[in-house]
Design a binder for this molecule. Structure first.
Ligand SMILES: [Ca+2]
Ligand SMILES: [Ca+2]
Length: 299
């Protein structure tokens, strides 16, 4: 099957569905939270799963209310508020908003940055991250403004759909079209033009950072043909042609960044077409001042 495009959804941003049991007022049951963490800036989209979530549910992170993006009896998609580093309790309340019996799960705030974990379905930029499109590699980006829902994916795009930035919002593999998209990972799909999709990190403070991650094509039918690059202030640090699906291209390096510097993780169609070019990536960025023990030597 060809997988040429992501489709904008006609689903409303908030779908409120009430089950009979929820209407009857039973306690919510909370079984999952994904991702189970955030950068201290918050703002990322977090999926709570379970059952009996009432249409008037109320969710808090360490007592601070989280805004709800979408809600049904088994899923609550929320925006995590900002919080200092550490593990906090997430609580889902029923109609009474009583803490008695209200289910809770832990959630960990950290001073590192993770492009998949930190993804927002409603804010761009969010924290240190911006989703955008460059007319060609190294050119100034336009910031994506259009959001979409595509099955288990949430997407961002510019004014003509492609390139697309997306994330699997779930804790399980998203098998969609001919893609096998790992849980929580952010991804890029190019256009048939020379445009590059861009996932940009903007340094929130001056200092040394460790950057590591991987690019991975995920079409299970035909291998991708893409070009990926990592740029510092639009100067290329790393680039690869990827022509094999499920063959990760890893990166790991240290870099000194000045407040406001950009690190761009970019993807183009490889100079041919965008067929089968769906790719995902991990990108974790750790400030040396905080994570000195976790540093690895650059490749
Ligand atoms: Ca385009
Ligand atoms: Ca291609």
């Amino acid at each position: 099957m060809k997988c040429l495009r992501l489709f904008r959804s006609v689903l409303p941003m908030v779908a409120v569905l009430a089950s009979a049991s929820a209407l009857a007022g039973g306690l919510p049951v909370l079984t999952g939270i994904y991702p189970a963490g955030a950068n201290v800036a918050g703002g990322n989209s977090v999926l709570l799963t379970g059952s009996n979530f009432p249409p008037t549910t109320f969710v808090t992170f360490d007592g601070v209310a989280a805004s709800i993006l979408r809600l049904d009896p088994n899923n609550i998609y929320v925006t995590a508020p900002a919080h200092a580093a550490g593990t906090v309790a997430v609580i889902v309340y029923d109609n009474t908003r009583s803490t008695s019996g209200a289910p809770t799960l832990p959630f960990t705030y950290s001073e590192d940055f993770d492009a998949g974990r930190d993804f927002s379905a409603v804010q761009n930029p969010v924290g240190a991250w911006t989703y955008g499109v460059a007319p060609a590699l190294g050119q100034a980006i336009g910031i994506d403004a259009a959001t979409g829902i595509d099955g288990c994916l949430d997407t961002w795009s510019g004014d003509n759909l492609h390139p697309v930035v997306g994330r699997n919002r779930t804790a399980t593999t998203c098998n969609q079209y001919s893609w096998s998209w790992p849980p929580g990972m952010i991804g890029l799909h190019p256009d048939n033009t020379p445009e590059y999709g861009v996932i940009r990190f903007t340094a929130p403070e001056t200092g040394r950072y460790l950057v590591d991650g991987r690019f991975l094509c995920i079409d299970s039918v035909v291998s991708c043909t893409v070009h990926v690059a990592i740029q510092h202030n639009q100067v290329t640090l790393f680039e690869r042609a990827i022509n094999t699906s499920f063959a990760p291209e890893a990166f790991s390096f240290e870099i000194d960044l000045t407040l406001g510097d950009w690190l761009d993780f970019t993807q183009g169609n490889g100079g041919n077409h965008y067929n089968y070019d769906q790719m995902v990536m991990d990108a974790r960025i750790r400030p040396a001042a905080v994570f000195s023990d976790g540093f690895e030597e650059p490749n």
